[in-house]
Design a protein around this ligand. Sequence first.
Ligand code: SF4
Length: 388
Amino acid sequence: MALSPERTVGEALIDIYRKVEAGQRLSAEDGLRLYQTPNLTGVAAMANLVRERLNGDTTYYVRNQHINYTNICNKFCKFCSFYAKKGGPDPYEMTLDEVRARLEWHRDVRITEVHMVGGINPRLPYSYYMDLVRLVKEVMPGAHVKAFTAVEIEQIASKGKVSITQALKDLMDAGLDCLPGGGIEILSDRVHRELFGRKLSGEEWKAVARAAASLGLPQYATMLYGHIETLEERVEHMVQLRELQDEVGNFLSFTPLSFHPENTDIPDVKPLTGDNDLRNIAVSRLMLDNFAHIKSFWIMNTPEVTQASLWYGADDCDGLVHEYEITYKEGDFGNKKQALTYENMCYIIREAGRVPVERDSLYNVVERSPEELAVTNRQPMTPLALVH
Ligand code: SF4
């Protein structure tokens, strides 16, 4: 006989369970207890209750392609393995023709989302960013353009000598559909000072989010965890995001992103475990009561942990992800083609006992004809067990 949720959460968490059951908001103290309790199964049971209340068995994925247009960057964030530096990846800056070739390579797969982010490269002019967005719309007219973290938006505005709002307006005129989030990592002044002090502050990040909301530009939110932040700082990040969502209401989903120390300036940080990834998904599902979706990014979490996460609060696996270059591991440069086929993605979700549903960037359901489903990826796929 299955245990009731009350039995699963036990006496120590029963007060939090009562709040979750009643749909009440959890406090920062509750969030900290969810991180500290050894009863991860109990936390998962509560997160699953919320997940099924909001999304049932549905598990979303998107046909997406990533384009990281440059890895030249003047911010030197200590947690970053992506930007060009001695002993790391060689510097590059993609021309529009190179971007066009990447887009055309995947056109058969009927990509519905092109996700573009890059380093803060002072050589790129204002017009480059507008041209990038226009190019995606020209080559893939049906695809959403999800592009530029808040720190890139700040850079674009600075290059154009215009306000953040004007830069966003110009990008939207060119075809920008939504912002991917990112750019702040974690809303903590201490971590900001220690790891990424050259990037915008938490308040500046929020100003970009507010400007996007005022223009009706949908956006995503993330949290990078597992570096030097404390559990209290993770909870504080979620509380601040929750307050911002109360105010702007246009965050589509939240993605906890696990930190990978290899080839960063803080290589001695202990790598995260699957339990840690699952707990972050579960706690975020419970704390972010005004976010409709919690995403498990399989590239960082592995497909296996992502399968389990579908019972820990996640209802989204991100996407097929053609080419991803942000998390650099030595020897990876010959194999940037990190991707799952449509069949593999659906298999992973069904094997976990959930129902795969293709979505677009705005969580509209995408219906496919049998002919479209028959088209599979054109490049060798990442073997399921070898993603990390
Ligand atoms: S995280 Fe972004 S801004 Fe920071 S160094 Fe890396 S590419 Fe540059």
